[in-house]
Design a protein around this ligand. Structure first.
Ligand code: MSP
Length: 578
């Protein structure tokens, strides 16, 4: 057998060994010396719960919120594609002073206001093809039951005591802060406060803080420093930079945490069981939502077959402290399993400036989708939004990227390789079974296919869609180069000239079509509609659109629902006009 044949066989065997669901061995092999957090994600047909943070309803969604949603959606789609039994949830975080105040400012009662904004998030996510399995609102009765159960559990296990809080509170972040976590700063200019004034601000976020002295319930957070460090030792956070931030915070030890507010100061929330004079702290309330969607407290969080046994949280960089310190501590105290993975992402700026109402540069996601198309926005967000580095939204960049990547590189490849002109028989090419027909260039191209599958899968398994898309782009350039160099159009028999080489044409077009099919499968989590159109155009059966199908060697004649080349050509993306 040719060397190429052996290579292919190895790769095929390897993927089959993972029973159509797993790329974990692939990861292990590639990263054997530097295995990282998401490489160990349980991708073996296991249950997995994938979560977005739940969004505050103190204002309408912006492009940054949409990014979190789309990133998690892509990760969920990838997991479903990989065969994992995936529960993907999103929703809204509706309690707390910040939301209560926003309702007041908008002249609405809080229930009406939260209904309105929560619906806007849901409508945006539906409009954006974010395929969530559950949309939770913290104002739902099922969630109240879960939060009360969590509270009682922490109380029974001796981790809650009554205390007095003296310190700072940041309403924007709903965060209690110590003296060392605040500094002097200036208040932001708003329509109601047109002059900036000296005030204390949070060092973490720069948001204004206020001094509080109040009775409330405390949680024994200080007991969990070592256990959180131990949990972090098992590569739970990706990328590493966020784990390091948390380790740095942990170095100084942990202070106990207030987990309630006097109802006289904050009444918009869930009352403390058996003490309605106190309202449960909004972050304990909000974080528990992740358990509510698994059916808690009616399901056993310690059941190894429950969704709670394998949780992956996707969060933005501003909320790492809550998810990587508070949440694991609550779970440890409750005696429940900790998340398997936390994927953190950086933020979006606009023309290199922080997005804010006062700057007037908040990007409206619905308008952007109307302007650039949904798949254009999904692609731009996933390619431009980094896990470590902030992404920057600029209309000029979108125009350039969408035209260059989607219209010229991917779209052209699809229309060129599936058009009738290069399939003169009107049938898809037949599978090349005689390997001696492959030239060195074909073999190179096939190697590139295997490399693209492997490298992209590693990145997608980690939730790093930006790096994954760069791998796919490299591959697309290689395929376009292959077609350009092989000049299949010179082999098509012409009416006036009998010459042509149908065997060679078949080999080239079969290889090219395999590239199109595989790249479409890989891009499915990113641009689900365009890739579906492409796979439909090729008549690939639904049952052949899974991880197991990411290998060279599809038989178009025998496996497609229709082996005829459609008479109408496919145009996936139009060039974006400025
Ligand atoms: N309600 C809390 C989360 C509770 S989870 C138990 C919250 N809500 S939020 O609406 O303020 O933020 C939700 C998500 O949107 C966070 O992951 C946050 O990082 C993300 N983003 C907010 N602004 C963003 C950008 N400018 N860019 C990217 N993501 C942004 O925090």
């Amino acid at each position: 057998m040719l060397k190429l044949g052996a290579n292919l066989l190895n790769c095929t065997k390897f993927i089959r060994n993972n029973s159509g669901g797993s790329l974990s061995l692939l990861n292990y092999r590639y990263f054997s010396s530097t295995t990282t957090a998401t490489d160990t994600l349980k991708n073996d047909n296991k249950k997995i719960l994938i979560t977005t943070p739940i969004f505050y309803v103190n204002g309408p969604p912006h492009i940054g919120h949409l990014y979190t949603g789309i990133l998690a959606d892509a990760f969920s789609r990838w997991n479903k594609f990989s065969g994992n039994d995936t529960l993907f949830m999103t929703g809204t975080d509706e309690h707390g002073s910040k939301v209560e105040e926003a309702a007041k400012k908008n002249g609405l009662n809080t229930v009406e206001y939260t209904n309105q904004i929560s619906n806007r998030f849901r409508e945006l996510f539906d409009f954006s093809n974010i395929k969530y399995d559950d949309y939770i609102r913290t104002t739902e009765p099922r969630h109240k039951v879960a939060v009360e159960a969590m509270w009682n559990r922490l109380l029974e296990r001796g981790y809650i005591y009554k205390g007095k809080y003296q310190g700072w509170y940041c309403m924007s972040d709903e965060s209690f802060l110590t003296n060392s976590q605040v500094t002097e700063g200036m208040s932001p200019v708003t329509p109601t406060n047109p002059v900036s004034k000296k005030c204390m601000v949070s060092l973490e976020s720069g948001h204004v803080v206020e001094w509080l002295e109040e009775e409330n319930y405390m949680f024994k957070l200080s007991a969990f420093k070592e256990d959180i460090e131990k949990w972090l030792d098992n590569n739970k956070v990706y990328p590493l930079v966020y784990e390091n931030q948390i380790r740095h915070l942990l170095k100084d030890g942990l202070k106990d945490l207030s987990i309630s507010r006097p109802t006289s100061r904050c009444s918009w929330g869930i009352p403390v069981p058996n003490d309605p004079s106190q309202t449960i702290y909004v972050w304990l309330d909000a974080l528990t939502n992740y358990m509510t969607v698994t059916g808690y407290p009616h399901t056993d969080a310690n059941d190894p077959n429950s969704y709670w046994s394998n949780v992956c949280h996707i969060i933005g960089k501003d909320i790492v402290k809550f998810h990587i310190i508070y949440w694991p501590a609550f779970l440890l105290a409750a005696g429940y399993p900790l998340p398997q993975k936390i994927i953190c992402h950086a933020h979006w700026t606009v023309n290199r400036e922080k997005m804010s109402k006062s700057r007037g540069n908040v990007v409206n996601p619905v308008e952007s989708i109307e302007k650039y198309g949904l798949e254009g926005v999904r692609y731009f967000l996933l390619k431009g939004g980094g896990l470590e580095d902030d992404g920057d939204w600029s209309d000029n960049e979108i125009n350039i990227k969408l035209t260059a990547d989607l219209a010229s590189t991917f779209g052209n490849l699809v229309s060129r390789s599936t058009g009738k002109a290069l399939h003169p028989s009107g049938q898809w090419p037949s599978k090349v079974v005689d390997e001696s027909l492959f030239t060195e260039s074909d073999k190179e191209m096939i190697k590139e296919i295997n490399k693209a599958i492997e490298k992209t899968s590693i990145q997608f398994n980690r939730g790093d869609f930006k790096q994954g898309i760069y791998e796919i782009l490299d591959f697309l350039y290689a395929v376009n180069g292959y077609i350009q160099s092989q000049k299949p159009w010179t082999l098509v028999p012409k009416k006036d000239k009998v010459v042509g080489d149908l065997t060679r044409l078949n080999t080239i077009m079969y290889t090219a079509l395999e590239c199109v099919r595989i790249v479409s499968l890989l891009l499915t989590p990113v641009i689900p509609q365009a890739t579906k159109s492409t796979l439909d155009h090729l008549s690939i059966p639904d049952s052949n659109r899974r991880l197991k199908d990411l290998k060279f060697g599809f038989d178009y004649i025998n496996q497609c629902t229709n082996d005829q080349v459609p008479s109408t050509s496919i145009i996936l993306f139009k060039r974006v006009d400025k």
